[in-house]
Design a protein around this ligand. Sequence first.
Ligand code: MN
Length: 243
Amino acid sequence: MIDLHCHIDLYPDPKEIIAKCAQKKAFVLSVTTTPSAFKITNSLSEGHDRIRTALGLHPQIAHERYGELNIFEEFIPDVRYLGEIGLDGSKFSKQHFDIQLKVFREILQMSAKHGGRIMSIHSRSAATDVIKALKQFPNAGVPIFHWFSGTSNELIEAIELGAWFSINPAMTKSQKGRSIIELIPPDKILTETDGPFLTENDIPLYPWDSVLSYPTLANIWKITIDEVHQKLLDNLRKLTSQI
Ligand code: MN
């Protein structure tokens, strides 16, 4: 299974999660929310080839952590993945939107300077601005919209940009989420959980719960669950060969 966006460092016992992921041979992108969390989070999964750590600065704390951009700059030459980065225009975060935009643009510029990275991007209530910023830095790398929730016009624009999308079990449960998944080219889809933030019956989702999305994908793509699994592995190979 593949979980392209989860926060391993935010579970109560990250080491236990990593051991279980290794046992299940799960491919995991362990995203971080602050540059200062990168080093230790990365060291947690040392020796586990299927678990990669992304360097991030979450837009909802950009106003508190922009001072850590120098740490971001220090680590970016050595990483292949960035995340969680992006913009959040929802009501609790939009008061700091200017600084979010400044931080996001600086990260995209750094990424372009280093030849581009694979980027897991947050775009809640801000997809249009995320797309605009990505267009300003076309060499920043390959964007993956994590938990896309924008309008269908925004979705079409993101698809035209060549973006990828990581979808999760919450999306498969809502009509809007399913109609988003139906519009995305099957070649541009990967799965995620956003655990431990995303929960089911008050229990956080774990990286291996990414398989909860497989029946919906099988249904939409009109293939078997085994074929979904294979397709996602092919997609992951294609994604990682781009950078
Ligand atoms: Mn997240």
